[in-house]
Design a protein around this ligand. Structure first.
Ligand SMILES: [Zn+2]
Length: 256
């Protein structure tokens, strides 16, 4: 496992990456030894965009895609997804996000609809035996209440930004934790290495010293460097273990 994986990015998103630019950026990531990238869907259409980019580019079997409807997209139309062309590697990003609750018309409706959508997405993961990529913000009580009804699902809590206490619960539940550029300039609790997946969340959350700039998958080694310093271990050890963790969760071999 002598390469990195970006377990969460939106490199397919043409709103941020023009087609010729994203090809170059994926190449730059490959050149920096980031050999696999998972393109994360945030709604129906966006998920299929991720799929199409993954299938069309597909150099060195490097791009994978996930199907998911982000909690803040609950109002959009949705259909039973169609995986005939290609199976996604995971269901995500899905979950609960209560960050903007005070800005919505009816918080109660918002919460109920987000929960409903989340349940649907979990059912999908169970139906196709796929791991889940969770997006959870300021909503961990409800998250655990729902997830406790599904004891066999596996997944990663992406871009974890909550307390030490919540991290402990996430780890006890057996989930992986996504560490990205946010960690490089904040005081978030650090999960144990054998539970970390590296991610960029590109185009967002560029790591220090690129904070505020547009992010892309080639920044994964920078996050790994930071983590190696934090844990006082080598970058190689960070790479090997986090890539192994990714294989354990996403089972790339099964897909190939
Ligand atoms: Zn994301």
């Amino acid at each position: 496992m002598d390469y990195f994986i970006d377990s969460h990015c939106h490199m397919h998103d043409e709103e941020f990456f023009a087609p010729h630019v994203r090809d170059e950026l994926v190449q730059r990531a490959l050149d920096r030894n980031v050999k696999k990238m998972i393109l994360i869907g945030t709604d129906d259409e966006d998920s299929y965009d991720a799929r199409d980019f993954a299938l069309n580019y597909n150099k060195e079997n490097s791009l994978f895609w996930s199907y998911g409807i982000h909690p803040s997209e609950w109002e959009k139309d949705r259909n039973e997804p169609d995986f005939k062309i290609d199976m996604p590697i995971a269901i995500g990003e899905v979950g609960l996000d209560y960050h903007f609750l005070d800005e919505v018309d009816d918080a109660e409706v918002e919460i109920e609809e987000q929960k409903k959508l989340f349940e649907e997405m979990i059912n999908l993961a169970e139906k196709y035996d796929l791991p889940l990529i969770f997006h959870v913000r300021e909503a961990f009580d409800d998250f655990f209440e729902i997830i406790d009804k599904h004891p066999t699902v596996r997944g990663v809590v992406h871009s974890f930004t909550d307390s030490k206490k919540t991290l402990k619960k996430v780890l006890e539940r057996g989930f992986y934790v996504g560490v990205n550029g946010l960690a490089t300039y904040s005081t978030l609790p650090t999960p144990p290495l054998d539970r970390i997946l590296l991610e960029t969340d590109a185009p967002f959350l560029a790591p220090a010293p690129h904070r505020g700039e547009q992010n892309d998958s080639s920044y994964i080694p920078d996050i790994a460097n930071w983590l190696a310093g934090k844990l006082s271990i080598s970058v190689e050890d960070v790479m090997k273990q986090t890539t192994m963790n990714c294989y354990d969760l996403f089972r790339f071999d099964k897909k190939a």
